[in-house]
Design a protein around this ligand. Structure first.
Ligand code: FAD
Length: 532
């Protein structure tokens, strides 16, 4: 049984390769007694600024573990480690026709999981392959030419393709290791397997997505781009076929629907077809951008070691009077603010970083929770109307051509000393009062929240910070309600998955949800086979 040893400390300029010797010295071992040795967790301890350190956990096997445990078993940093059980994938044979809609993390991981059982599917994706999609997105950012079907939200890889590729999640799921191992296998940086806050970066993520596609094709999956699910045909009360681009029918026995949180037309179609949809709280607000050096100084202290990675932050404040929370979200160290529109005449902000996180800016969403009581209409799709109205107001306030309205943080707070607006957002910003874009309960909570954030991170409130708006696509405004069998309530045969279904938020949790749904289909096929 391998051992887990915690609290091995590295200085910022020390490489992981030093850990083996460090471990041997700490426990007075000869390095030749170490059979296997692997770093499994690495996090930053920034409590004593500027003396920042990395805290590491390693897994190892020794020639004589019994003797080691007799000497050090009482050490609180030493534990015997039972490796998690590997999932078993019985090989299934089935004539079931499975269709997957959407090639974001939920759809891609549903496909990879089905393949473990020997199953294949037809995958339809409204957008374009990631290489062509990248060109479309670049054209939008540089010239303001939006393709409503190939953009930051739509296309191969899904919404997180032009992102920081953060893989942190609050969910605790045994399949997290499975997702990380798959991503590494498809070319993600190996250190995501051990970092406390793993990230891939948009540049590396695009390559990973393309290699997943190549693998799926080689495994027999049929992948169809520029194929949009526009309707469903029902047969005996269940989903019998997917209607593609308003014309062709693709017969299916199980349909995994993983369309992300921006497929507004798909939600409308589901409502028409009788799926049970519920409005869901989400969050809206702004993107704040600071110089990365400033964030590093605040988080690591003046005079910190230059080898430290660009610092991040996570801030939250709950207003006891209103019950609303203001919080930072999707923080991108060394990143840029991106235009994430998918509808014409709507401005949407978001953030992205390359693997090296080497831009001079740090950005993060600063958002406030909103719920059905804010949407002004009881319909299940009211949250979409609410998002859209903010995006259109921002388009107008930005003066058209997808420029984002922007305001200096001090000006937003009505304080003296505000500097000019300065943002990495392309295709550019226009100075405007953000009260013209966001509802008062949101701006009120943001103003109060930022003052609290400055108490936790002295210097956060600065004339060097610019806000751009609006951040509206934080999570799904609708839930496609599922039953215990993970099928839609109202549309049997339909398996809603991922963020668009309202059961996930973020790349990792969407991937995990895709896996959950694929496992449910495999279980149902297996039960049918046993019955037959
Ligand atoms: P999506 O990734 O949205 O994928 C849905 C796919 O379905 C899309 O490819 C879309 O084109 C397709 N589709 C939609 N409707 C149809 C239809 N009718 N027919 C056919 N195809 C359809 N999360 C993180 O965890 N870390 C981050 O660093 C991060 N950064 C982000 C940065 C940006 C700019 C954005 C926009 C999002 C970011 N997110 C991040 C959120 C993350 O991308 C999503 O949580 C995640 O992608 C959701 O996965 P999904 O598979 O459920 O949906």
């Amino acid at each position: 049984m391998p051992l887990l040893v915690r609290n091995l400390i590295l200085a910022p300029n020390q490489g992981d390769e030093l850990l083996r010797g460090m471990f041997a010295r700490r426990f007075s071992l000869d390095e030749r007694e170490i059979v296997d040795f692997r770093l499994v967790r690495k996090s930053i301890d920034a409590r004593r600024k500027p003396r920042i350190k990395f805290v590491c956990t390693v897994e190892c096997s020794l020639l004589n573990e019994a003797a080691f445990l007799a000497r050090h078993g009482h050490d609180p940093d030493v534990a015997v480690h039972a490796p998690p059980e590997q999932p078993a994938f019985p090989s299934l044979e089935s004539s079931q026709r499975i269709v997957i809609v959407g090639m974001g993390p939920a759809g891609l991981f549903a496909a990879l999981r089905l393949a473990e059982y020997g199953l294949v599917a037809t995958i339809i994706e409204r957008g374009r392959p990631v290489e062509e999609r990248s060109r479309d997105v670049q054209a939008f950012w540089s010239q303001g030419a939006l393709d409503p079907e190939s953009n930051v939200q739509f296309g191969e890889g899904g919404a997180g393709t032009f992102s920081d590729g953060k893989l942190t999640t609050r969910v605790n799921d045994p399949n997290i290791r499975y997702v990380l191992d798959k991503l590494i296998g498809f070319g993600a940086p190996p250190e995501i397997g051990c970092l406390a806050k793993p990230h891939i970066g948009t540049d590396r993520l695009r390559l990973v997505v393309a290699s997943i596609r190549r693998w799926l094709l080689s495994a027999g999956f049929d992948i169809r781009f520029r194929n949009r699910l526009t309707d469903l045909t029902l047969s005996g009360g269940s989903v019998g076929a997917a209607v593609i681009n308003g014309a062709d029918e693709l017969p299916c026995d199980a349909l995994i629907l993983a369309p992300g949180n921006s497929a507004r037309d798909t939600y409308e179609m589901l409502l028409r077809r009788g799926a049970l949809l519920q409005p869901k709280p989400f969050a809206v607000g702004v993107r704040v951008e600071h110089p990365q050096q400033l964030v590093n100084r605040i988080q690591y202290g003046a005079g910190h070691h230059p080898a430290l990675p660009p610092a991040d932050y996570a801030l939250a404040w709950n207003d006891p009077r209103t019950g609303r929370s203001a919080y930072s979200f999707c923080m991108c160290p060394g990143g840029v603010v991106v235009a994430g529109s998918s509808e014409t005449e709507g401005v949407v902000t978001n953030g992205m970083s390359a693997y090296l996180r080497n831009s001079p800016y740090a950005n993060s969403a600063l958002v406030v929770t909103v719920g059905p009581e804010d949407f002004g209409d009881p319909s299940p799709l009211a949250g979409i109307g609410f998002q859209r109205s903010l995006e259109r107001r921002a388009f107008e306030a930005g003066g058209g051509e997808y420029r984002a309205p922007a305001q200096n943080l001090l000006a937003f707070l009505g304080m003296k000393g505000a500097g000019p607006v300065s943002s990495s957002y392309c295709p550019g910003v226009r100075e405007a009062e953000l009260d013209r874009v966001l509802p008062t309960p949101v701006t009120d909570a943001l103003r109060e929240g930022v003052r609290h954030f400055d108490r936790k991170m002295r210097g956060f409130l600065t004339a060097e910070a610019t806000l751009t708006a609006p951040e509206t696509r934080t999570s799904a405004p609708v839930r496609i309600v599922r039953g215990e069998n993970l099928q839609s309530v109202g549309l049997p045969g339909l398996y809603p998955a991922g963020e668009g279904a309202g059961y996930a938020g973020g790349i990792m949790s969407a991937a995990l949800d895709g896996i959950r749904v694929a496992d449910a289909i495999a279980r149902s096929i297996s039960a049918d086979t046993r019955r037959a």
